[in-house]
Design a protein around this ligand. Structure first.
Ligand code: HEC
Ligand code: HEC
Ligand code: HEC
Ligand code: HEC
Ligand code: HEC
Ligand code: HEC
Ligand code: HEC
Ligand code: HEC
Ligand code: HEC
Ligand code: HEC
Ligand code: HEC
Length: 275
């Protein structure tokens, strides 16, 4: 800067040389006086003079922050004054679990457009997610097993992304579709198997081949009933004959034979009549 100025002065006419010197001296004088004066506080209307880019950003993509003024978030004196020039998020966002998780800019990358720059956390997240999805947290608290210990982001790689069980597990039988898993398992508590809706017998048969084959080949009326009609509720449930049939025979017979299966009918899935 200094060398540039002196170079130019060197090549001009001596008259002008003297004039320039006078002007420079005058400028130096005023700047000394200006430094002695206290700075006027900046007002909202001053910001666009130097920060037009920022203004454009917040107007176009700031979302609801477009309605917040610069000075609400930058309340103190401008640089180079000492002290923080930025209000904490918690000043205006409070009394909700989501506003207590800290490190807001980890996900809302740019405070001037906090939703437009929303990104997925780069580190494993759990409490952050539970600040909004409390019901999932409650379900996982009740769960035993290893799913409950996993970070949410292990499975939900992006916000809103729904993984499939088959991303990580093999099915119980060949060509069992991903949608079938949810007939029996809940994603956040998969060990508690609770069949619901239409569960075809072959799904149970993947692990209980004998019962499945018996039932498929029997000519008794039990053959047309699905497994979960009898085995209702959480796995493994075992019904009793009396639940559905009461005491179908005369009292004397029931007094003589106590075990419906062992004494007479053999197997619930392949009824016989051994009279
Ligand atoms: C005369 C020009 C000018 C005006 C007017 C101005 N600024 Fe600045 N501002 C600057 C410059 C230059 C910087 C330093 C830029 C940098 O560090 O990249 C700056 C930096 C900042 C910073 C960053 C401070 C830091 O610690 O990094 C904030 C915040 C800021 N300005 C807010 C405002 C607000 C709010 C207004 C309106 C009330 C305003 N500015 C008005 C020129 C101005
Ligand atoms: C909702 C609060 C909020 C509002 C409104 C806001 N800012 Fe900021 N601003 C911040 C925060 C927080 C930072 C610090 C960012 C960081 O640490 O990465 C920041 C940083 C800055 C910076 C310096 C860093 C950078 O990104 O260049 C400037 C300059 C700035 N703001 C100017 C403005 C101006 C001008 C306005 C008004 C148009 C404004 N801000 C409105 C919260 C806000
Ligand atoms: C000076 C007050 C103030 C500060 C500080 C502030 N906000 Fe806000 N913020 C608001 C207001 C007001 C709204 C609109 C709220 C509403 O309508 O419910 C808002 C809305 C938001 C929204 C929703 C935006 C939308 O378009 O829906 C997000 C996200 C947000 N703020 C994040 C932050 C983050 C992150 C910080 C810290 C960097 C922060 N805010 C700091 C006042 C503030
Ligand atoms: C782990 C990532 C993450 C962190 C950290 C985070 N947020 Fe959010 N925030 C989100 C997501 C995701 C949404 C949008 C949810 C949706 O789709 O509506 C959101 C939405 C918001 C909203 C608008 C919806 C509402 O609840 O009113 C505000 C305001 C907000 N965040 C403020 C904050 C503040 C303040 C902090 C820091 C205390 C913060 N966020 C930290 C992920 C995060
Ligand atoms: C600020 C509150 C907020 C935070 C924080 C948040 N979410 Fe969400 N999340 C929502 C809202 C609101 C929706 C529904 C909006 C939609 O459909 O896009 C949603 C949707 C979802 C969905 C899709 C649900 C469906 O039925 O399609 C999943 C999965 C999800 N969030 C997981 C997460 C995970 C994992 C995290 C942590 C990394 C997280 N969320 C953080 C508010 C939040
Ligand atoms: C992102 C990978 C991932 C996805 C998606 C996933 N799991 Fe898992 N699952 C695991 C891990 C890791 C374990 C811990 C045991 C291990 O290392 O194999 C596990 C364990 C299990 C267990 C054993 C019980 C336990 O808690 O230890 C069951 C049952 C299970 N998963 C069922 C499911 C079902 C059903 C789905 C779909 C709703 C599913 N998983 C989706 C990764 C995944
Ligand atoms: C082992 C993998 C796994 C983990 C860990 C996991 N989820 Fe999920 N999540 C799933 C699967 C699978 C679905 C169901 C997808 C579908 O409906 O097809 C799901 C569904 C959801 C939904 C949609 C609504 C619902 O309940 O069906 C939300 C919200 C959600 N998860 C949030 C979370 C949060 C928050 C965490 C951490 C506390 C978390 N998840 C941990 C696999 C997982
Ligand atoms: C008809 C009900 C049913 C369906 C459908 C079902 N499961 Fe299971 N699953 C079970 C039962 C019952 C167990 C527990 C077996 C035990 O206690 O060893 C189990 C255990 C598991 C286990 C942990 C033990 C192991 O084998 O590693 C995983 C993982 C699993 N299932 C994944 C799946 C996936 C993936 C699907 C969908 C393709 C699926 N399940 C569909 C009933 C079902
Ligand atoms: C992934 C394999 C698997 C699937 C699928 C499965 N089971 Fe099981 N089941 C087992 C295992 C292992 C046991 C024994 C361990 C136990 O008691 O939890 C068992 C136990 C049972 C028992 C109790 C057995 C006894 O002697 O007490 C019944 C009844 C049963 N299952 C019925 C079903 C029905 C009905 C279905 C279909 C909705 C089904 N199972 C699906 C693995 C499975
Ligand atoms: C008509 C009702 C009914 C149907 C349909 C049925 N079960 Fe059963 N199942 C029973 C009863 C009752 C028992 C208990 C027998 C006992 O007390 O010894 C039983 C017992 C079992 C057991 C325990 C093993 C044993 O021999 O005690 C398994 C495993 C089982 N069933 C699996 C299945 C499967 C898999 C299906 C479908 C392919 C199925 N069941 C269909 C009524 C039924
Ligand atoms: C969940 C209900 C349920 C249970 C438990 C159950 N049954 Fe049945 N059973 C039925 C139904 C439904 C029929 C068909 C009735 C009809 O069509 O009139 C049937 C029919 C029968 C028949 C007539 C078979 C035929 O082909 O005519 C016998 C015998 C029988 N059950 C014995 C048993 C025995 C023994 C047990 C215990 C091991 C048992 N049932 C458990 C529901 C059940």
């Amino acid at each position: 800067m200094k060398t540039g100025l002196s170079l130019r002065i060197h090549h001009v006419h001596p008259h002008i040389h003297a004039c320039l010197l006078l002007i420079l001296l005058f400028l130096a004088g005023t700047s000394i006086r200006a430094a002695e004066r206290p700075l006027l506080p900046l007002v909202e209307g001053d910001c666009p003079k130097c920060h037009s880019f920022k203004i454009k950003k917040i107007k176009n993509a700031g979302g609801k922050h477009a309605e917040v003024s610069c000075l609400d978030c930058h309340p103190r004196q401008h640089v180079p004054e000492k002290g923080s020039t930025v209000a904490a998020c918690e000043n205006c966002h409070f009394k909700q679990p989501h506003y207590e998780i800290k490190d807001c800019l980890h996900c809302h990358a740019d405070p001037h457009m906090p939703m437009a720059t929303l990104r997925d956390p780069a580190k494993p997240a759990r409490v952050e997610c539970l600040s909004c999805h409390g019901e999932v947290g409650k379900e996982m608290e009740q769960a035993e097993g290893s799913h409950a210990q996993l970070y949410c982001t292990r499975c939900h790689k992006r916000h809103g992304y729904l993984p499939e069980c088959l991303d990580c597990h093999k099915p119980h039988m060949r060509s069992q579709p991903a949608a079938a898993c949810r007939r029996c398992h809940r994603p956040h508590n998969p060990q508690q198997v609770n069949p619901a809706g239409w569960v075809p017998a072959i799904f149970c048969g993947a692990c209980h081949r004998k019962e499945s084959e018996y039932l498929a080949s029997t000519t008794s009326k039990h053959g047309v009933i699905t497994c979960v009609y009898c085995h209702e509720g959480a796995h493994p449930s075992k019904p009793r004959c009396h639940d559905c049939h009461g005491l179908p025979h005369d009292q004397a017979l029931h007094r003589q034979y106590r075990g419906c299966l062992s004494d007479c009918h053999g197997d619930a899935h392949r009824l016989v009549s051994k009279k």
